[in-house]
Design a protein around this ligand. Structure first.
Ligand SMILES: Cc1cc2nc3c(=O)[nH]c(=O)nc-3n(C[C@H](O)[C@H](O)[C@H](O)COP(=O)(O)O)c2cc1C
Length: 320
């Protein structure tokens, strides 16, 4: 995604204004080729009317000198900040200058400085309203639960067709991006996808996890206290950090349209022996595509269709 440059412009008082000041919030940046014209005035007035609805997060940029924009601001009682880009530095970086002329453009930026929406050669009369709609929609979408978190389920209806190695690697890459105490990265993964090793691993599964035999890949996850921070009051972070990594893997799998279902129902001694593991095998994760159900028992078939079941928030949290 395109990023807002970190240019330093002049404000209407001639003071430096670094665009990094816009990080951490959503902003609308709109450009005027030249202020004082009837079109620019109309554009400014329309944005000004909606200033509060934009939560006051509007900035205007023009190619005029600071003293010129200061006059324009006073004359039209503009509530938003005006910035001067006399050298077209920002405008050029944003690619809105053609043959020395600036296109009347608008950008929505997000807290990370990413440009989420852009308009070029806009119509001044109706544009501000259109931008407001998009501004609200962008914030609303970002406030919703991440779609992959929402979509993820511990489903069991796995298809046995193989998953490409690149996809399996991508899952591990995502897990490996998890945070860990002092960046110790205590997680260890064995991606099992050969028929030979899958067969041996199946012997370690508990009866209730029969459905995992259809998984084209199973990730063995292990760690060891010594791999991570061991702090006072029994705060050994190996399990915690490895759990975070597993969480990341599950979310990445969901985004990629795959099931990733972690289980605890297996014989850890057998798994340790099979792979000569020195540590705690904390989970096996079945990986595969969804959509085959005839291998499932009735209880599991029902679970595939059931709604997600969670306690009320009030039972697991409080705000003080
Ligand atoms: C540590 C752990 C162990 C689990 N063990 C099993 C298991 O042995 N067999 C199984 O079918 N599901 C297992 N699950 C899946 C959970 O039953 C499932 O995540 C839970 O019921 C919530 O459902 P959801 O993930 O679809 O929201 C396990 C999940 C976790 C995190």
């Amino acid at each position: 995604m395109k990023k807002l440059p970190t240019t330093i412009l002049k404000d209407e008082n001639g003071r430096d204004f670094a665009l990094t000041n816009l990080l951490g919030d959503y902003w609308v940046l709109h450009f005027y080729p030249k202020i004082g014209t009837s079109t620019s005035t109309m554009q400014a007035e329309r944005f000004n009317e909606l200033f509060e609805e934009f939560d006051e997060r509007i900035v205007a940029i023009s190619l005029d000198l600071p003293e010129v924009i200061a006059l324009f601001k006073t004359k039209h009682r503009l509530k938003f900040k005006l910035l001067s880009d006399v050298k077209m530095e920002l405008a050029s970086q944003l690619g809105i200058v053609k043959n020395g002329r600036l296109s009347r453009s608008t950008f929505i930026t997000d807290p990370w400085g990413r440009i989420r929406k852009e308009w070029f050669n806009v119509k001044a009369s109706t544009h501000a309203k259109q931008v407001l709609e998009e501004f609200k929609k962008t914030i609303e979408e970002d406030l919703s639960i991440n779609p992959s978190i929402f979509q993820r389920r511990a489903f069991r209806g796995l298809r046995s067709e193989p998953i490409e190695d690149e996809k399996l690697l991508r899952l591990i890459e995502a897990a490996h991006l998890a945070p860990s105490c002092a960046n110790k990265q205590p997680w260890r993964f064995i991606v099992v996808r050969s028929r030979e090793y899958l067969g041996k691993l199946h012997e370690a599964l508990s009866g209730g996890n029969y459905w995992m035999k259809y998984a084209p890949a199973i990730v063995v996850v292990y760690t060891k206290d010594e791999f991570d921070c061991q702090l006072s009051e029994n705060r050994n972070y190996a399990l915690f950090d490895t759990g975070l990594a597993v969480g990341f893997l599950l979310i990445q799998a969901t985004q990629m349209g795959l099931i990733a279902h972690p289980v605890a129902g297996y014989d850890p001694v057998k798994v340790k022996e099979l792979f000569d593991i020195d540590g705690n095998v904390i989970t096996l994760i079945a990986i595969g595509k969804w959509g085959k159900f005839d291998q499932l028992n009735e209880k599991h078939l029902e679970a595939e269709k059931s709604a997600r079941n969670r306690q009320e928030l009030s039972q697991i949290m409080k705000i003080v």
